[in-house]
Design a protein. Sequence first.
Length: 151
Amino acid sequence: MHVIASFEHSIYLELAITALEEAGIPKEHIYAVSLQGRPNKPKMFDTIHRSDGVSLFDAGTALATALTVIGSSYGFILKGGAILWGLIGAAVGFTIGVLIDIAHKKKKKANLPSRDKITEVIVLVACIKEETKQIQAVFWEHHAFGVAICE
């Protein structure tokens, strides 16, 4: 049987491993693996095969559409014509929308913890069936993120 748990890389992880060794689990049956963070920054543009759900063009296209309608409506009155003022409205609306999305994304990113500093450690313990409840209890006492038992 195997008991698997995930921990934040902290003193609680060390305490959990020490508690398992004190409970009679040999060191050879305890495996701890630290996960690596994302090696590269997320892509700026989404593709048809990959999307992170964050787009810089949503507000830009909405404002471009709105200002195109307004610009072409007033273009009948203003010098230059409806087409010119519609194109100007589209360019101005798209630029303002993208700038709003970039500012909103930076504000959101500032409130999140840095992804570079957060790492997770997976601990796998090979044991017999009678020891699983005890190992699971040790993991929960030492603030594991999650625990699973595999046969």
